[in-house]
Design a protein around this ligand. Structure first.
Ligand code: NDP
Ligand code: PYC
Length: 341
């Protein structure tokens, strides 16, 4: 099998594969469905660092006892505009799905609401979550710390996680929402892991080796420290994510998550903060007119040949829906090996 061999799966086959692997590893069926949905969505949208590759990551977290595979999440309401879901040590996807209807109802009742997911294991992209909110007419924001892998600007020792933040904005006339989602590190760690698997060099701006020198060796950077994007600006945003999705919601920082992992190499442990804003809260019956004004900004971006965040993803989704999901044959083989372990 060569590194460039690919195989094609329909979205349904990919979902079946993911659920089969996850259940074989002991995940309760409701967890397996929620987790498979996120991974297949990532693969379908061309987000390969958070697609089916994450089956290997999830399997690792189960095998090493990092995640509770059959956790039963508990939803509570700490205040009238707040939702809390205690994930009881399980993966984050089912707790999100179980808290979502209450978050939406509270945002529509109050104009703004927030949901904390606590005590969850997080390996995933955040865009499916803010997209789900925007599809219900709400502006969505989501944040989660990870493991301390990323150095502050001016340092070379890890403090922050790769700490993604995601934003979703509803658009009129049946258009897909405006969504962006990025790590506050120069690149997601999953992307460096994919380079390591493929034996490819990385740009020397992505991180440092353990001696603090810029490096093009993916393995050396995984063992050293990643860098933030945008120098001090990315570092400040990484700190923001640590604070509002860690201590603010009573959960772990990335450093605490890494310590709690105790060297097992599992996915990050801790919390996530999701904020939902109903545009009608400020705009009342004028909501449609004001959302249309946002369209002028999008047109000004695209009108000069620039692209909107999310447009590559939506184009990849359209291709996948016709041609199926193309994944490296090696990844498929590794998933099969995990299934048989
Ligand atoms: P990318 O750099 O791949 O993409 C970041 C965003 O920028 C996307 O919304 C992308 O849109 C957009 N974008 C990229 N290029 C352009 C461009 N030229 N013009 C306009 N927009 C552009 O993301 P990352 O590598 O930083 O993160 C990948 C994923 O990893 C995220 O989904 C994130 O949630 C996940 N992650 C999860 C973590 C966790 O702890 N759970 C930790 C770290 C990352 P498009 O998709 O259309 O290209
Ligand atoms: O790619 O940095 C990453 C990541 C961390 C947790 C999930 N993805």
């Amino acid at each position: 099998m060569s590194a460039t061999d690919m195989i094609t799966l329909s979205p349904e086959q990919a979902d079946e594969l993911a659920r089969t692997v996850l259940q074989a590893w002991g995940l309760a069926p409701d967890h397996a469905s929620a987790v498979a949905h996120t991974m297949v969505s990532g693969e379908r949208d061309g987000c390969t660092s958070h697609g089916l590759y994450r089956l290997l990551v999830a399997a690792n977290s189960v095998e090493r006892g990092v995640v509770v595979p059959d956790a039963v999440p508990e939803v509570s309401e700490p205040a009238s505009a707040l939702v809390r879901v205690d994930g009881k040590g399980g993966f984050a996807q089912l707790p999100f799905a179980q808290g979502l209807p209450l978050l939406v109802a509270k945002a529509k009742a109050h104009g703004i609401a927030a949901m904390a997911l606590n005590n969850v294991v997080h390996f995933a992209a955040l865009w499916p979550e803010v997209e789900a909110l925007a599809e219900q007419g709400l502006v969505g924001l989501a944040f989660t710390p990870s493991h301390a892998w990323v150095a502050p600007e001016g340092g070379t020792k890890p403090v922050f996680g790769t700490n993604p933040l995601a934003f979703g904005w509803p658009r009129p006339d049946g258009q897909a929402p405006f969504v962006f989602d990025f790590a506050t590190s120069a690149v997601a760690r999953g992307e460096i892991e994919l380079h390591r698997r493929a034996g490819k060099a990385i740009p020397d701006t992505w991180g440092y080796d353990a001696q603090g020198n810029p490096s093009t060796d993916a393995e050396a950077v995984l063992d050293g420290a990643m860098r933030t994007f945008g120098a001090h600006k990315g570092a400040a945003l990484a700190a923001l994510v640590e604070l509002i999705a860690g201590p603010l919601i009573g959960d772990m920082t990335s450093a605490e998550s890494l310590a709690a992992d105790e060297g097992r190499g599992g996915a990050p442990l801790g919390g996530e903060l999701v904020i939902a804003i109903d545009p009608a809260g400020f705009l009342g019956s004028g909501v449609a007119d004001h959302l249309r004004r946002a369209e002028a900004m999008f047109a000004a971006i695209e009108g000069q040949g620039a692209r909107l965040p999310g447009s590559r993803r939506l184009a990849a989704r359209a291709v996948s829906d016709v041609q199926g999901l193309r994944i490296p044959a090696k990844l498929y083989q590794d998933i099969m090996d995990v299934l048989e372990r």
